[in-house]
Design a protein around this ligand. Structure first.
Ligand code: GLY
Length: 348
């Protein structure tokens, strides 16, 4: 033996979980080479909820320029936060039952093992960036409500009306359609307003050096009880990153996700060797098992929607939903929509 490892021996060591012993000529004992447990991505990959096609494209573009993974992910989701036509996130997001937009967001930065979050934040268009400021500049992880707003204002964020003409119109119609005998008159009756939309954007990224970050941002459940905070700002539910393993995040019914700490559970699945898709599916099965009967139909299937998106340190990616859907991916070359894995077919 020459003391040099052939390419095949090197790859064997890199993909295995055991340490390779390298004999060095002239030395009587062996030197333990470091064990490499998980292959590292050689490309920049971003995965997001279906509304995140522009987010993954932006994150991919920025990572190619060498921008840090958390900054890349946040610049991606900011597009959606600032888009008045996305009524599930940031500016233009649907409000709570009092007509006030309350935003939730959280993020994690794998390399520095830091996290930040804001809950029920009012008047600031980009809660993901405020969450990043909590991560960067405080010894805390989550700020909520008035405190979160004052924190944002102290850094120069502008307080703005987050309602658009469109979101206000939807809220006014919802308010007028809650009860047959309510006191609202001269408003359009529209039973379609009664279902409660949830929407959110989650984005998880890994770069070609194997560094990982994640972010989730939302206006939460439309027409929620004021003060309700969903899964998005909860570290381990709305998103989670472990720089040795991967990242995962969620959109959909937050309460059901909080019950299983779904983003953390998905990352733990990948740690045990599951692919991102299989880890996300396994988490969804746990969600179903943890659901109270009132949330399941007569077949035992959830009456709500929930999705998980994941990326591994090796650059593998996947997503799973309760019923068939699509998610957004930047695979190192281009951004596209792909089909999710799912638990149940849609009813015909
Ligand atoms: N997943 C978003 C929410 O429930 O607020």
């Amino acid at each position: 033996m020459t003391g040099k490892l052939s390419r095949r021996e090197f790859l064997g060591a890199a993909s295995g979980a055991t340490a390779a012993a390298v004999m060095v000529p002239g030395m009587s004992h062996s030197i333990e080479a470091p064990a490499v447990h998980i292959r590292q991505s050689s490309k920049n990959v971003a995965v997001a909820s279906g509304n995140g096609l522009r987010a993954v494209a932006k994150a991919g573009e920025l990572m190619a320029q060498g921008v840090d993974t958390l900054d890349a992910a946040i610049e991606g989701v900011k597009i959606q936060e600032l888009d008045p036509n996305d009524m599930s996130v940031g500016y233009g997001g649907l409000p709570n039952e009092h007509g006030v937009v309350q935003l939730d967001a959280s993020c994690m930065h794998g390399p520095t093992k830091r996290a930040g979050a804001v809950g029920a934040l009012e008047g600031i268009k980009t809660p993901s960036v405020v969450a990043k400021y909590v991560l960067l500049y405080t010894n805390h992880i989550m700020l909520v409500g008035e405190g979160a707003k004052k924190f944002a204002l102290s850094y120069g964020f502008k307080e703005e009306d987050l309602m658009t003409e469109q979101s206000r119109e939807r809220w006014l119609r919802w308010r007028a359609n809650r009860g047959e005998r309510d006191d609202w008159i001269n408003v359009e009756r529209d039973e379609q307003m009664v279902p409660r939309p949830t929407g959110t954007i989650n984005c998880n990224v890994v770069n070609s050096s194997g560094d990982i970050s994640s972010v989730t941002t939302t206006s939460g459940l439309a027409w929620k009880i004021p003060g309700r905070v969903g899964d998005s700002p909860i570290i381990g539910a709305g998103q989670y990153t472990d720089n040795d393993v991967g990242a995962a995040g969620s959109t959909g019914r937050g309460e059901s996700n909080i019950m299983v700490c779904g983003a953390f559970l998905t990352v733990e699945g990948m740690r045990r060797g599951l692919s991102p898709t299989d880890a996300a599916l396994e988490t969804l099965r746990r969600v179903v098992a943890a659901s109270e009967p009132r949330l399941l139909d007569e077949r035992g299937q959830p009456t709500f929607g929930l999705s998980f998106y994941a990326v591994s340190k090796a650059g593998e990616f996947g997503a799973a939903t309760i019923r068939p859907s699509r998610y957004a991916v930047f695979d190192g070359v281009e951004a596209s929509h792909q089909d999710t894995a799912y638990l149940y077919e849609r009813d015909a």
